[in-house]
Design a protein around this ligand. Structure first.
Ligand SMILES: Cc1ncc(C[n+]2csc(CCOP(=O)(O)OP(=O)(O)O)c2C)c(N)n1
Length: 619
């Protein structure tokens, strides 16, 4: 990589000719493919943004000028040219570079990001601060056409157009969110790119001028000079102009000459401008440009054929969630599936394909999705939402104020709950238990495996209140799937292993960690002769207090196993329940059910889950 070897900071880019910039960009694409093939990561967005990144770093003087990457999944080239090339193969690995910008990693990273649509708000605030402190630097927010559909981005545009501070918005438009972008804004961008009357006029005019002998060429050159003027005159108000932000574009995001010219010009404006840069997702690597969605957040893959590696173990929880929702829709068309720009990620694409009328992709708009679902529910439909645990954070107010207080019938699949590995701190699904626990009137469940997930989807679909089912990113356990849906008793835990006598400890586990708890219990018994009871808690809300208290009676150690936060997570729910007063059910359970009668106490619960009966019969 002859050219890349000489790039130690963005300043080195300024020494390159246009041809060398193009050659460097090819070197970086090759490196990106190697890195993501090995570590997994966001390939197609990064490939599409290589030229744009090099052009920005050549024109703007970072870190003095602030280049803000919205979401930040497309910042790999930025990392490579800002002194992190040597560590790029550590990206998304423990102790390595993060897959998103991080202030702790480099002074070139303005924000810690990962969630969409935040760049414009930060750019606007920074611009006010800069101007009030009479400082002088450029602020460039790079936002994708997908991220632009997010509510906070639109709120920011509204305010930026009002305060009119000097800042540059680079709209990186590749027509894609993760899936093809949706909605009116996306349509407007398409219109600006391809349907603009001025482009058609320009082509006709160019042809005509070139055909005039002698005078034609100078006239053509003159016309080129006034092109910018023509654009402004011919385009009947872009949405951005209407909002008070000067629109410039479209600009070819793979043409260095054009980008450098327009970026340099944008430095001179004293008000907000938006540069509409058109790029191609997956540019330079055919499997990614042919299927940008699959390579958006890619597993490691074989570079030769673009085939993903290591996806052999059972169907994912997302897939089972999608398939279960599909079955609900098939049986009752009042069920509708909703996603905020993640049809594939949530597994709901199967509904999109087979029942398009019963599927809505609302764009990156988690808050809106909950209100929209609320409206559907009020109108007699049965909305089922797929959302990653981390992105639910966006919509906590909607969950509390708009849904829970009215006890609306919504079923929510909380995907990627728990730890998410390489996606790093911004994407951990660890807060949902703490956020949802205090919300009144909801049910919160966590299946131990994919079979239980489908039964939870069914059981949740029969309730008349908001229901949340949290499940992880990891592949399923590979357990057999029941052919039929079966209703689980709401609010009842499942005892999977019952220690003879009181046992040394009660292991209370949540989600697939139940299997780890079982494995630990078996090891303890086998190797150390220590007997423990293992409970699949199943319902974080309502908690099966009676059964848990009964089982806990006479036991000295209670161990909770979960993937939520220490504060507010499952452990704290158990603590909270136990820490009560003298009227605590723990105490009454102890009094009422001293061991060995705990099993009988357990059985007094409203109905006994089948698995409990089987487990106790065999123990
Ligand atoms: C609030 C929020 N919801 C969902 C996501 C998941 N997500 C990551 S990238 C992405 C698509 C972004 O599209 P765009 O901004 O156009 O960037 P591109 O990848 O196309 O370059 C989505 C939906 C997110 N990061 N944040």
């Amino acid at each position: 990589m002859a050219l890349l070897d000489a790039i130690h900071s963005p300043a080195d880019l300024r020494r390159l000719s246009l041809e060398e910039l193009a050659a460097l960009s090819a070197e970086i694409r090759e490196l990106l493919v190697q890195v993501v093939a090995q570590n997994g990561g966001h390939l197609s967005s990064n490939l599409g943004a290589v030229d744009l990144t090099l052009a920005l770093h050549r024109v703007f003087d970072a870190p003095r000028d602030r280049i803000i990457w919205d979401i930040g999944h497309q910042s790999y080239t930025h990392k490579i040219v800002t002194g992190r090339r040597e560590r790029i193969f550590t990206i998304r690995k423990q102790g390595g570079l993060l897959g998103f910008p991080d202030r702790g990693e480099s002074p070139y990273d303005v924000l810690n990001t990962g969630h969409a649509s935040t760049s414009l708000g930060f750019a606007s605030g920074l611009a006010i601060a800069r101007d009030r402190l009479q400082e002088d630097y450029h602020i460039v927010a790079v936002v994708g056409d997908g991220a632009l559909t997010g509510g906070v981005a639109l709120e920011a545009l509204n305010h930026i157009g009002q305060v009119k501070q000097r800042l540059i918005i680079v709209l990186n438009d590749n027509k894609m969110s993760i899936a093809p972008n949706v909605g009116g804004i996306s349509r407007h961008l398409n219109y600006l790119v391809s349907g603009r009357p001025y482009i058609r006029m320009k082509e006709v005019l160019q042809k005509f001028l070139k055909s005039i002998p002698v005078l034609g060429r100078p006239m053509y050159e003159l016309a080129k000079k006034i092109e910018v003027l023509m654009r402004t005159m011919m385009v009947p108000g872009s949405l951005f102009d209407e909002l008070g932000i000067k629109y410039i574009g479209p600009i070819n995001g793979h043409d260095f000459r054009e980008m450098l010219k327009e970026f340099a010009a944008a430095r001179k404006y004293g008000f907000p401008v938006l540069l509409h840069v058109v790029t191609r997702k997956g540019e330079g690597y055919e499997p990614a440009s042919d299927d940008p969605s699959s390579f958006h957040s890619s597993a490691p893959f074989n570079i030769e054929n673009g085939k993903f590696i290591g996806r052999e173990r059972g169907p994912s929880y997302s897939e089972i969630f999608g398939r279960s929702v599909r079955r609900l829709v098939e049986a009752d068309r009042r069920f509708v599936a909703l996603t905020a720009a993640m049809p594939e990620g949530t597994g709901l694409d199967v509904v999109q394909r087979e029942f398009p009328e019963n599927f809505f992709d609302v764009g990156i708009a988690e808050q809106y999705m909950f209100d929209f679902a609320g409206g559907l529910a009020l109108g007699g439909f049965k909305p089922v939402l797929g959302v990653y645990s981390t992105f639910l954070q966006r919509a906590v107010d909607q969950v509390i104020h708009d849904v829970a207080l009215m006890r609306l019938k919504l079923l929510v699949g909380l995907d990627r709950a728990g730890l998410v590995g390489g996606d790093g701190p911004t994407h951990q699904g660890i807060y949902d238990i703490a956020l949802l626990q205090p919300v009144p009137g909801i049910v919160l469940m966590a299946p131990k495996d994919e079979n239980e997930l489908q039964q939870m989807v069914y059981s949740g679909s029969r309730l008349d209140q908001p229901v949340f089912i949290r499940f992880p990113k990891e592949p399923g356990q590979g357990v057999p799937l029941d052919a039929d849906f079966r209703e689980l008793p709401i609010g009842m835990a499942e005892v999977l292993r019952l220690a003879p006598g009181p046992g040394a400890a009660l292991l209370l586990a949540v989600g697939p960690l139940v299997y780890r708890a079982l494995a630990a219990a078996e090891k303890l018994a086998r190797e150390d002769g220590i007997e423990t009871t293992v409970v699949n808690v199943r319902f974080l809300k309502p908690l099966d207090r009676e059964s848990i208290f009964a089982l806990a009676a006479g036991i000295r150690k209670i161990v909770t196993i979960e993937d939520g936060t220490a504060r507010g997570g499952f452990a704290s729910i158990i603590h909270g329940a136990a820490a009560g007063t003298s009227s605590s059910p723990w105490l009454s359970a102890r009094k009422a059910c001293p061991w060995p009668r705990a099993r009988n106490c357990w059985r007094t619960a409203a109905s006994t889950p089948r698995a409990f009966t089987a487990a106790s019969a065999s123990s």
